[in-house]
Design a protein around this ligand. Structure first.
Ligand SMILES: Cc1ncc(COP(=O)(O)O)c(C=O)c1O
Length: 484
C-alpha cells in the first residue's frame, strides 16, 4: 500500500541473449535492446532497478487480436488491453491504413484558430454519443490533459459567472486522475503525490464506493444505503468547504484504482441532486470507462446520469494513435460563444489529424462489430466466470462491470484482513505479476489500495477467453497462496 508504481514483471534477458529474430521491426537484437533500454529508457511508474540489476524489461514486439508477443517469441493473453486502451484488439490493419492515409494527406495542423475535417467529424461523432447536451468537444492528447482541461474550464466557467471563489475540486479516495499538477491535485493517492507537493491547491477527498470495505469507512447496511451514504459525504464536503468555493467534482463511473469499484444503485442519482443543489459541476472521468469498456459509448449512459463534462481518451482510438477529449455541456459552453471570450488553453497535438482519423475508423469498427453489445451480452458471463475463483482462500472479492473487473486478494476471507506492506511487496512484486506473466496472462497486479488483480481485456473476447483467464488465474493464485 505504500508503493505507487505499477508492478512490472521483470524479464529474463539471459534467455534470449543474441536472439535477433523476435525484436519486431527493430534492427537491434534482444541483447542490444536490453542494453539500450538500460542505458537510456526511463519507464513510467516503474522501478528502473529492474534494468540496473540485470534482469531486463519485458519487450513487447507484436499484437494480434487479444494476444501480444514478447521479443523471445512468447505469446500472452492481453488481459488489460495494453493499459485499458486497445478495446478493438491488436493488429487492425484498417486502423493502420487510416493513419497512413491521413498522414499522407495532412500529417499535422493545429486546431488553434483553425480546423481540419477529422477533428470536426470526430467532435460531431463524440457529441452524438455523449449523453444529453454534452455537445462541445475540446481535444487533448490523453486522459490527464482531458482532466486538466476540465479542471481549468470549471474554474474559468465560474469566474465568467461572476462567482470567482468557486475553484475547489472534490474527488474520491484512491482515485487516479492523471499526472499533470492539476490532475494530480484531483488524484486521491497520497503516495503518488507526496514527492511533488505542493500540488495545485484546492483538491479535497471523499470516500469511494468500495462496498467490500464499507465497514472500515464506518458504514454498515445494504449496498443501496451505502450508495446514499457515500454520495452524502460529497454533500458534507461541499458544506465543510463552503458551496461558494467548490467548482466541480470528478468521479469515474467505475473507479479503477483500488480495484474496479462500481457505483452502488442510486449513487449517481444522489450525486447529481447534490451537484444541482450546490451548483457544483459533475465531471465523469471516463478515461477508462468510455468506448465500450462498460458496454456503452460512455458509462454515464450505463448508470443513467447526466454529467456536465466527460473526460475521455484511451479507447477512442483503441491506442492506434493518442488522443483525449473533454466533452462539455451546452450550459458550460454558452459563455464562451460570445464576443471576445476565449479559453486560453490548448495542446499542439490536441485533436491531431492522424489520431482523429484513427478514432473515426475505430468507432466504425465498434459499430460494425457491435462491440458495445458484445460487452453488454457477455459481461454477466465474465463476472460469473471470475466469481468461480471465490472458492480460493486468497480471493476476497470479485467486483466491477462490463469488461472491467478486479479481484481483491486477502489474507483471511472471514475477517477480510489484507496483507501488510511487506507481504504485499512479496506477493505482488515478488511473485504475482511475474507469475501471471510467465503463465501467459498480462494483467495488472496493483496495490494502490488493497491488493487486487485487474482485468480489462479487448472487447472482442467472449466466454471461451473468460475460461482461459480464469484457468490461468486459478493456477497462479493457488500457488501464490502456498507461498505466503
Ligand atoms: C480515470 C483516469 N483519468 C485520467 C487518466 C490519465 O490518463 P493519461 O495517462 O492518458 O494521461 C487515467 C489513466 O489511466 C485514468 O484512468
Amino acid at each position: 500500500m505504500t508503493t505507487t508504481e505499477q508492478a512490472v514483471p521483470v524479464g529474463d534477458s539471459s534467455k534470449s541473449a543474441g536472439n535477433s529474430q523476435s525484436s519486431g521491426s527493430s534492427k537491434f537484437n534482444e541483447r542490444e535492446l536490453q542494453q539500450k533500454a538500460k542505458d537510456h529508457l526511463w519507464m513510467h511508474f516503474a522501478r528502473q532497478s529492474v534494468m540496473e540489476d540485470g534482469a531486463g524489461v519485458p519487450i513487447i514486439v507484436k499484437g494480434e487480436g487479444h494476444h501480444i508477443w514478447d521479443s523471445n517469441g512468447k505469446k500472452y493473453f492481453d488481459g488489460l488491453s495494453g493499459l485499458f486502451v486497445v478495446n478493438a484488439g491488436h493488429g487492425r490493419r484498417r486502423l493502420a491504413e487510416a493513419a497512413a492515409r491521413q498522414a499522407e494527406e495532412l500529417a499535422f495542423f493545429p486546431i488553434w484558430s483553425y480546423a481540419h475535417p477529422n477533428a470536426i467529424e470526430l467532435a460531431d461523432r463524440l457529441a452524438s454519443y455523449a449523453p444529453g447536451d454534452l455537445n462541445r468537444v475540446f481535444f487533448s492528447t490523453g486522459g490527464g490533459e482531458a482532466v486538466e482541461t476540465a479542471f481549468k474550464l470549471a474554474k474559468y466557467y465560474w469566474k465568467l459567472q461572476g462567482r470567482p471563489t468557486k475553484h475547489k475540486v472534490i474527488s474520491r479516495n484512491v482515485a487516479y486522475h492523471g499526472t499533470p499538477q492539476g490532475a494530480l491535485a484531483i488524484t486521491g493517492i497520497p503516495a503518488m503525490k507526496e514527492m511533488f507537493e505542493p500540488v495545485t491547491p484546492g483538491g479535497f477527498r471523499v470516500p469511494n464506493t468500495n462496498y467490500y470495505r464499507a465497514e472500515e469507512m464506518g458504514f454498515t447496511g445494504s449496498e443501496e444505503a451505502f450508495g446514499q451514504w457515500a454520495a452524502n459525504r460529497i454533500e458534507e464536503m461541499i458544506q465543510f468547504e463552503g458551496p461558494e468555493t467548490v467548482a466541480a467534482i470528478f468521479l469515474e463511473p467505475v473507479q479503477n484504482s483500488g480495484g474496479c469499484f462500481p457505483p452502488p444503485p442510486g449513487y449517481f442519482k444522489r450525486v447529481r441532486e447534490i451537484c444541482d443543489q450546490y451548483d457544483v459541476l459533475l465531471v465523469a472521468d471516463e478515461v477508462i470507462t468510455g468506448f465500450g469498456r462498460i458496454g456503452n459509448w460512455f458509462a454515464s449512459t450505463t448508470y443513467g446520469f447526466q454529467p456536465d463534462m466527460i473526460t475521455c481518451a484511451k479507447g477512442m482510438t483503441s491506442g492506434y494513435s493518442p488522443i483525449g477529449a473533454t466533452i462539455v455541456s451546452d450550459r458550460l459552453y454558452e459563455p464562451f460563444k460570445h464576443g471576445t471570450t476565449s479559453f486560453y488553453h490548448g495542446y499542439t497535438f490536441g485533436g491531431h489529424p492522424v489520431s482523429a482519423a484513427v478514432a473515426l475508423a475505430n468507432l466504425d469498427i465498434f459499430e460494425e462489430e457491435k462491440l458495445n453489445e458484445n460487452v453488454r451480452k457477455n459481461s454477466p458471463i465474465f463476472r460469473s466466470t471470475l466469481e468461480k475463483l471465490k472458492d480460493l482462500p486468497i480471493v476476497g472479492d470479485v467486483r466491477g462491470d462490463g469488461y472491467f473487473f478486479g479481484i481483491e486478494l486477502v489474507k483471511d476471507k472471514e475477517t477480510k484482513e489484507t496483507f501488510n506492506d511487506d507481504e504485499s511487496e512479496r506477493l505482488l512484486r515478488g511473485f504475482l505479476s511475474k507469475g501471471l506473466f510467465d503463465a501467459g496472462l498480462y494483467c495488472r497486479a496493483d496495490d494502490r489500495g488493497d491488493p487486487v488483480v485487474q482485468l480489462a481485456p479487448p472487447l472482442t473476447v467472449g466466454p471461451a477467453e473468460f475460461d482461459e483467464i480464469e484457468g490461468i488465474l486459478r493456477g497462479v493464485l493457488t500457488e501464490a497462496w502456498s507461498r505466503l
